[in-house]
Design a protein around this ligand. Structure first.
Ligand SMILES: [Zn+2]
Length: 127
Protein backbone atom coordinates (compact mmCIF):
# COMPACT_ATOMS: atom_id res chain seq x y z
CA UNK A 1 0.00 0.00 0.00
CA UNK A 2 1.46 3.28 -1.00
CA UNK A 3 0.80 6.49 0.91
CA UNK A 4 0.83 8.57 -2.24
CA UNK A 5 -2.24 6.86 -3.58
CA UNK A 6 -4.53 9.79 -2.94
CA UNK A 7 -6.82 10.58 -5.81
CA UNK A 8 -5.78 13.66 -7.72
CA UNK A 9 -9.24 14.47 -8.85
CA UNK A 10 -10.41 15.67 -5.44
CA UNK A 11 -8.60 18.97 -5.60
CA UNK A 12 -9.63 19.58 -9.16
CA UNK A 13 -13.26 18.90 -8.35
CA UNK A 14 -13.27 21.55 -5.65
CA UNK A 15 -11.86 24.29 -7.78
CA UNK A 16 -15.08 25.36 -9.54
CA UNK A 17 -16.83 26.14 -6.27
CA UNK A 18 -13.91 28.26 -5.11
CA UNK A 19 -13.95 30.06 -8.43
CA UNK A 20 -17.58 31.06 -7.98
CA UNK A 21 -16.96 32.25 -4.44
CA UNK A 22 -14.24 34.50 -5.81
CA UNK A 23 -16.54 35.79 -8.52
CA UNK A 24 -19.23 36.50 -5.94
CA UNK A 25 -16.70 38.29 -3.75
CA UNK A 26 -15.51 40.49 -6.61
CA UNK A 27 -19.11 41.20 -7.63
CA UNK A 28 -19.95 42.27 -4.08
CA UNK A 29 -16.98 44.65 -3.98
CA UNK A 30 -17.95 46.13 -7.34
CA UNK A 31 -21.53 46.55 -6.16
CA UNK A 32 -20.38 48.27 -2.97
CA UNK A 33 -18.11 50.57 -4.97
CA UNK A 34 -20.95 51.38 -7.35
CA UNK A 35 -23.27 52.14 -4.45
CA UNK A 36 -20.71 54.42 -2.86
CA UNK A 37 -20.10 56.15 -6.17
CA UNK A 38 -23.83 56.71 -6.69
CA UNK A 39 -24.28 58.14 -3.19
CA UNK A 40 -21.23 60.37 -3.54
CA UNK A 41 -22.14 61.66 -6.97
CA UNK A 42 -25.78 62.14 -6.06
CA UNK A 43 -25.58 64.24 -2.92
CA UNK A 44 -23.32 67.25 -3.47
CA UNK A 45 -25.44 68.95 -6.13
CA UNK A 46 -28.67 68.96 -4.13
CA UNK A 47 -29.76 71.93 -2.10
CA UNK A 48 -32.91 73.22 -0.48
CA UNK A 49 -34.25 76.43 -1.95
CA UNK A 50 -36.07 78.19 0.88
CA UNK A 51 -38.51 80.93 -0.07
CA UNK A 52 -39.68 83.23 2.71
CA UNK A 53 -41.78 85.37 0.41
CA UNK A 54 -41.21 89.04 -0.48
CA UNK A 55 -38.27 87.93 -2.60
CA UNK A 56 -36.30 86.66 0.38
CA UNK A 57 -34.72 83.30 -0.34
CA UNK A 58 -31.92 81.16 0.93
CA UNK A 59 -30.20 78.07 -0.44
CA UNK A 60 -29.13 75.37 2.00
CA UNK A 61 -26.79 72.64 0.72
CA UNK A 62 -28.00 69.16 1.69
CA UNK A 63 -24.43 67.90 1.82
CA UNK A 64 -23.83 69.68 5.14
CA UNK A 65 -25.78 68.76 8.26
CA UNK A 66 -27.10 71.70 10.20
CA UNK A 67 -29.95 73.41 12.00
CA UNK A 68 -31.42 76.62 10.66
CA UNK A 69 -33.69 78.84 12.66
CA UNK A 70 -35.60 81.65 11.00
CA UNK A 71 -37.87 84.23 12.53
CA UNK A 72 -40.70 84.59 10.09
CA UNK A 73 -43.40 86.94 11.27
CA UNK A 74 -44.79 85.58 14.52
CA UNK A 75 -43.15 82.16 14.13
CA UNK A 76 -39.72 80.64 14.44
CA UNK A 77 -39.20 78.17 11.63
CA UNK A 78 -36.73 75.38 12.30
CA UNK A 79 -35.25 73.59 9.31
CA UNK A 80 -32.93 70.69 9.91
CA UNK A 81 -30.52 69.21 7.37
CA UNK A 82 -29.36 65.70 8.12
CA UNK A 83 -27.90 62.89 6.01
CA UNK A 84 -28.64 64.66 2.74
CA UNK A 85 -32.26 65.48 3.60
CA UNK A 86 -34.14 68.46 4.99
CA UNK A 87 -37.28 68.75 7.11
CA UNK A 88 -39.30 71.17 9.20
CA UNK A 89 -38.72 70.51 12.90
CA UNK A 90 -40.49 71.63 16.08
CA UNK A 91 -42.78 73.97 14.22
CA UNK A 92 -44.59 76.61 16.22
CA UNK A 93 -47.23 77.20 13.59
CA UNK A 94 -50.84 76.36 14.50
CA UNK A 95 -51.44 73.58 11.97
CA UNK A 96 -48.09 71.73 12.06
CA UNK A 97 -48.71 70.54 8.50
CA UNK A 98 -45.15 71.42 7.49
CA UNK A 99 -43.75 68.69 9.75
CA UNK A 100 -45.96 66.13 8.04
CA UNK A 101 -44.06 66.60 4.80
CA UNK A 102 -41.22 64.68 6.41
CA UNK A 103 -37.72 64.47 5.01
CA UNK A 104 -37.01 65.76 1.52
CA UNK A 105 -34.00 64.42 -0.34
CA UNK A 106 -34.88 64.28 -4.03
CA UNK A 107 -35.05 66.94 -6.68
CA UNK A 108 -38.55 68.34 -7.12
CA UNK A 109 -39.75 67.44 -3.63
CA UNK A 110 -41.16 70.31 -1.64
CA UNK A 111 -42.67 71.26 1.69
CA UNK A 112 -44.22 74.39 3.04
CA UNK A 113 -45.38 76.06 6.18
CA UNK A 114 -48.48 77.98 5.19
CA UNK A 115 -48.91 79.98 8.42
CA UNK A 116 -45.32 81.21 8.28
CA UNK A 117 -45.31 81.46 4.49
CA UNK A 118 -42.12 79.43 4.02
CA UNK A 119 -41.63 77.22 0.97
CA UNK A 120 -38.87 74.64 0.65
CA UNK A 121 -38.03 73.09 -2.72
CA UNK A 122 -35.26 70.61 -3.47
CA UNK A 123 -33.21 71.64 -6.48
CA UNK A 124 -30.03 70.58 -8.18
CA UNK A 125 -27.12 72.91 -8.73
CA UNK A 126 -26.73 73.62 -12.40
CA UNK A 127 -23.10 72.82 -13.01
ZN1 LIG B 1 -45.92 74.95 9.76
Amino acid sequence: MSKAAKPVSEGAARRPRRFWINVLFVALILLAALGLWLVRSHKPGLYAHVDFGMGVTEDLPLSEDGDYLYEVGAYVVHLQVKDGAIAFMDSQCPDGVCEDFGWLNEEGQWACCMPAGVFVTIETESA
